[in-house]
Design a protein around this ligand. Structure first.
Ligand SMILES: *Cc1c(COP(=O)(O)O)cnc(C)c1O
Length: 411
């Protein structure tokens, strides 16, 4: 059978998500391949920012805590996120950052397993995940330790002295995607609690926390969920653990009755206990509106388009001879998230030269050009342009220019 090759334009016409880009306010002449780091601005979020500042805050003043449900926003937004990660309502709350949320969940998990003193994770996990464990261990003293397991064979390294296994489903550098279902099951066979970081999963492909029997999860909302820079993160605590769950950042918003102003802390027996101080309502309201972009699309459709965009990128790159210049560090398409990692000694300068051409990707030390595929607003024509521009940069060795060598604070 002949394999028909479609042009980028033809692929765009056939794309069921092609109209979704209109929901975003995107700059002209830009191909955005970094939505895995900071999602772009949804038009509804822009409008909501105006409304929450000028109407709700400006005119409603303090009455908006009730009138506009600010007080319930962490749960409302949490449940919305829950719908995107396979969690029934009442198990996800929106609050703080991943880093802080890891501290809460890890502390609570250790408390649920007092006879076990080990937190297991991968050495190649996102640094803040490891740093937060290191800080917690410092506080807990020498009984407790961290143990690194090899990403390639996690199951065989699980032993019954491990209290909690903390994993990021999609490796931030390589894009390697772990099998949540089977690893969670293997951990449970050893009595280990699981904590999944969904930073590069939420909004990128279907996640089934309830169906996988996951214990805890955390994630951020400024990547594939397009919540805006520093948008609040989320925590999932499986219903079955909520009565027992006790996290140490016992702020008043996690109290069972904050407005009783009792001098004694009594944590709420729900996921709400994860609230600590007063939530940042402006950011959370913007996120709330941003999430509505997902209302009429399925994560399955997003995942399918991502795979097609990635395959098209690779086919175009191959045709242009780029695959002889880069090595692809990511695993095959079924075992990676919505990103591709290309290794090259000059990856940083190549990325800068690409940005100068209007194609925004990012660099991850030591040598990775990281390309994110966010199907809600990327077209196949965008991919074609991006590859053409990268080909020009490589063929002309444009990355050798001085202007592209200077490292900025954020890469
Ligand atoms: C982006 C990312 C984070 C970010 O953590 P914050 O505390 O929200 O800044 C954490 N973990 C992983 C795996 C990430 O990719």
């Amino acid at each position: 059978m002949m394999n028909k090759v479609f042009s980028a334009e033809q692929l765009d016409i056939k794309d069921p998500l092609r109209d979704k880009a209109q929901a975003f306010s995107l700059p002209a002449n830009t191909v955005y391949l970094d939505g895995n780091s900071l999602g772009p601005l949804p038009k509804a979020a822009k409008q909501q920012a105006d409304d929450v500042v000028n109407e709700q805050w400006g005119k409603g003043l303090i009455t908006s805590w009730n009138k506009h449900q600010w007080i319930h926003l962490p749960q409302i937004v949490g449940d919305k996120i829950g719908g995107l990660i396979g969690a029934k309502s009442g198990q996800v709350i929106c609050c703080d950052s991943i880093s802080i949320n890891l501290f809460k969940v890890l502390s609570a998990a250790l408390k649920m397993h007092p006879s076990r003193k080990v937190i297991a994770t991968t050495r190649d996990n996102f640094p803040t995940d490891i740093y937060m464990v290191q800080g917690l261990l410092d506080l807990l003293g020498s009984d407790y330790s961290i143990r690194y397991v090899d990403e390639a064979c996690i199951g065989s390294q699980l032993t019954d002295d491990i209290a909690v296994l903390m994993l990021t489903q999609v490796n931030f550098r390589s894009g390697n995607k772990l099998d949540m279902q089977s690893i969670t099951e293997q951990a449970h066979q050893k009595g280990i609690l699981t904590l999944w970081d969904l930073a590069h999963s939420a909004g990128a492909f279907p996640v089934s926390l309830d169906a996988c029997n996951v214990d805890f999860a955390v994630g951020c909302t400024y990547k594939y969920l397009n919540g805006g820079p520093g948008a609040p993160a989320f925590i999932y605590v499986a219903k079955r653990h909520q009565a027992q769950y006790q996290q140490p950042l016992s702020g008043w918003m996690g109290h069972s009755s904050p407005f009783s102003f009792s001098p004694d802390y009594a944590g709420d027996n729900s996921v709400k206990q994860n609230l600590c101080g007063t939530p940042g309502i402006i950011g959370m309201s913007i996120l709330d509106a941003a999430l509505d972009v997902f209302e009429d699309v399925s994560l399955k459709a997003i995942d399918e388009k991502s795979k097609k965009l990635q395959a098209f990128f690779i086919a175009e790159a191959k045709r242009a001879g780029l695959l002889e210049k880069f090595s692809i560090v990511s695993p095959n398409i079924d075992n990676r998230g919505s990103q591709l990692a290309f290794a090259h000694d000059h990856a940083y300068a190549i990325c800068q030269a690409w940005i100068a051409e209007g194609v925004i990707a990012d660099f991850r030390a030591p040598n990775i050009l990281r390309i994110g595929f966010a199907p809600l607003y990327l077209s196949f024509v965008d991919i074609e342009k991006a590859v053409a521009s990268l080909t020009k940069i490589m063929n002309e060795k444009r990355y050798e220019n001085d202007e592209f060598q200077q490292r900025q604070s954020v890469t």
